[in-house]
Design a protein around this ligand. Structure first.
Ligand code: NAI
Length: 246
């Protein structure tokens, strides 16, 4: 389904990004697995894709740096000659109630989640314009829609991602570049592993489908948005949250 396409997944070394990279690889895309520090994780993802008959490459780069994002995209293009799909998945949390939140807690979350998304879109757009098409999927969060006590930095970054998604979708729609966002609810990854069992149980109760999500649940929707089947969808935010927010 994605044969001859090349996809760059930021933070593809673990969690949701890992599942997205594996899914796109299984559909025939050549996958660039970006990582910041965890080379071992990224190489494991690459190995898994290659063992399943696909093509993949791990590339280091901190997306919050304008220059590193530029170099990442340049190397990705050199590796597979084109980049058709960008999945802006890299993200961090630094949860604190506002009164305890330090300036650097706010800045670092915005820098990775929002600026990182901008940096990658900014550097990939000239390539996609030259190719006369492309697909961008940004990983937001339901927290960007509803807010959450202790996550004002994260909620702002994820709401910002929705704003950038819609604006760039309007700017680039006429150039056959589609831009959408996926807003996951609570997905079982290292990021949510820090929550206590009590909190997880309470969350499950509040979710109509009565379970936390899996990385695969998000990867399936990302893969659909990257596919031809989604060719008339742009500027949308798709919740993958078991019905938590509606
Ligand atoms: P995770 O912590 O397991 O993975 C985050 C990934 O981002 C890691 O691969 C990490 O290496 C990468 N990363 C962090 N900073 C980076 C940087 N500066 N440059 C490049 N890569 C960087 O978290 P998870 O859960 O897999 O999250 C993935 C995305 O999904 C994030 O954007 C997160 O905000 C979002 N999300 C997660 C939810 C969840 O419940 N787990 C819910 C809603 C959204």
């Amino acid at each position: 389904m994605l044969k001859d396409k090349c996809a760059l997944v930021t933070g593809g070394n673990r969690g949701i990004g890992r599942e997205i990279a594996l899914k796109l690889g299984s559909l025939g895309a050549k996958v660039i697995v970006n990582y910041r520090k965890d080379e071992e994780g990224a190489l494991e993802v690459v190995d898994t894709i290659v063992k399943n008959g696909g093509e993949a490459l791990a590339l280091k780069g901190d997306v919050s740096s304008y220059e590193e994002a530029e170099a990442l995209i340049k190397k990705s293009k050199e590796a597979f000659n084109n980049i058709d799909i960008l999945v802006n998945n890299a993200g961090i949390t630094k949860d604190k109630l506002l009164l305890r939140m330090k300036e650097e807690d706010f800045d670092s979350v915005i820098d990775v989640n929002l600026k990182g998304t901008f940096n990658c879109i900014k550097h990939i757009t000239p390539i996609m314009l030259k190719q006369k098409g492309g697909v961008i999927v940004n990983i937001s969060s339901v927290i960007g829609l509803i807010g959450n006590a202790g996550q004002s930095n994260y909620a702002a970054s994820k709401a910002g991602i929705i704003g950038i998604t819609k604006s760039i979708a309007k700017e680039l729609g006429g150039k056959s570049i589609r831009v959408n966002a996926v807003a996951p609810g609570f997905i079982k990854t290292d990021m949510t592993e820090v929550l206590s069992d009590e909190v997880k149980d309470r969350l499950k109760d509040s979710i109509p489908l009565k379970r936390l999500g899996e990385g695969k649940d998000v990867a399936e929707v990302v893969a659909f948005l990257c596919s031809e089947g989604a060719s008339y969808i742009t500027g949308q935010v798709i919740n993958v949250d078991g019905g938590m927010v509606m």
